[in-house]
Design a protein around this ligand. Structure first.
Ligand code: FAD
Length: 286
């Protein structure tokens, strides 16, 4: 089923993002995580593809199959196109159809000096229209409340996002952010620009200092003062930082829900304890 059909128009969706295990080709090591995530009854689970430069992409589809057929939860398969040609994408589309997977997050991917760039797709919008014209898929796209790092400014970024949505995007999933006000103004600007599809808010519960430093460098998310204070105070106290990071994420989600967000997409980092604590913190609100 397509995620746009699952998501109740009157209630915000709650979904998780996971990544395939790096070494375990049997996918056994992810079972404990999936068991707990499934108990939380998410609207969908998305599975990353080659994120961080990994080339072991076949596990993405395998993991998505497992989520769909063993757990009965709708998966969203991330696909990137910068290092793939039409033949590669055609093969993946066949695999998705065979597995009855209808949801794709179409991405350009990041430049990786170790991987050859192919010419067939320049932007995610090229992949969106290609997938749309090659099957009956629900296609999501990525968006950036604080602007994509390569864009000159927010206006240019939103105009490019509009092109992607016009190419056939049904739903947007946002990059992580720690300041809800930036997200609200981004959504408002999208609506002004005529981008009317649901925009699911990406929330990353930050539970250790190394993780936050890596994330901010990679995606350019800014850290509001109240978040910095937590980091400064608890950076050397693992347990306290874990608790404070979870409470921060729950507070963000509560405020987003109260403000009528379309959906919450939780970057679980494959940590089921984190997902469980967050869902327990908001269970009466969803
Ligand atoms: P695009 O939409 O193509 O945008 C890239 C840049 O090009 C932007 O600056 C945009 O403004 C500009 N642009 C777009 N169209 C045009 C145009 N027509 N003319 C001029 N400029 C244009 N990466 C992975 O490798 N694997 C993953 O699984 C993965 N999952 C992700 C999930 C989410 C929710 C998000 C937010 C990101 C994810 N990424 C993943 C990272 C993503 O691949 C990078 O952020 C990448 O740099 C951009 O991808 P995109 O699909 O947003 O690209």
């Amino acid at each position: 089923m397509k995620i746009t059909e699952i998501v109740n128009k009157n209630a915000p969706s709650v979904s998780f993002e996971i990544f395939p295990p790096k070494r375990d080709t049997t996918l056994k090591s992810i079972d404990a995580t999936l068991d707990i995530l499934a108990e939380l009854n998410p609207d969908y689970i998305s599975v990353t593809f080659g994120a961080g430069g990994s080339v072991n992409n076949n596990l993405t589809v395998e993991l998505a199959k497992k989520i769909k057929h063993n757990y009965g939860i709708e998966p969203v398969v991330h696909l990137t196109c910068l290092t793939h040609d039409k033949k590669d994408i055609d093969e993946l589309i066949i695999q998705l159809k065979e597995a009855d997977i209808e949801n794709v997050l179409a991405l350009r991917g990041d430049y990786n000096p170790d991987l050859e760039i192919k010419d067939d797709f320049k932007y995610a919008s090229d992949l969106v229209s290609y997938i749309k014209s090659n099957g009956d898929f629900c296609v999501s796209g990525a968006c950036y409340p604080e602007c994509h790092l390569e864009s000159k400014n927010r206006i240019e970024d939103i105009l490019n996002l509009k092109k992607k949505v016009d190419a056939g995007v049904d739903c947007l999933m946002s990059q992580l952010f720690f300041d809800n006000d930036l997200y609200y103004s981004f959504v408002e600007n999208c609506r002004i620009a005529g981008i009317n599809v649901p925009i699911h808010a990406g929330i990353m519960p930050v539970v250790n200092k190394a993780q936050i430093e890596r994330m901010v460098t990679l995606c350019g998310a800014s850290l509001p003062d109240k978040f910095r204070k937590i980091l400064n105070k608890y950076e050397d106290n693992k347990e306290a930082l874990f608790d404070a990071g979870l409470v921060y994420a729950v507070n963000q989600i509560v405020e987003l829900l109260a403000s009528g967000v379309d959906g919450i997409h939780i970057y679980t980092m494959n940590n089921p304890v984190v997902a469980k604590r967050i869902c327990n913190g908001i269970k009466s609100l969803i």
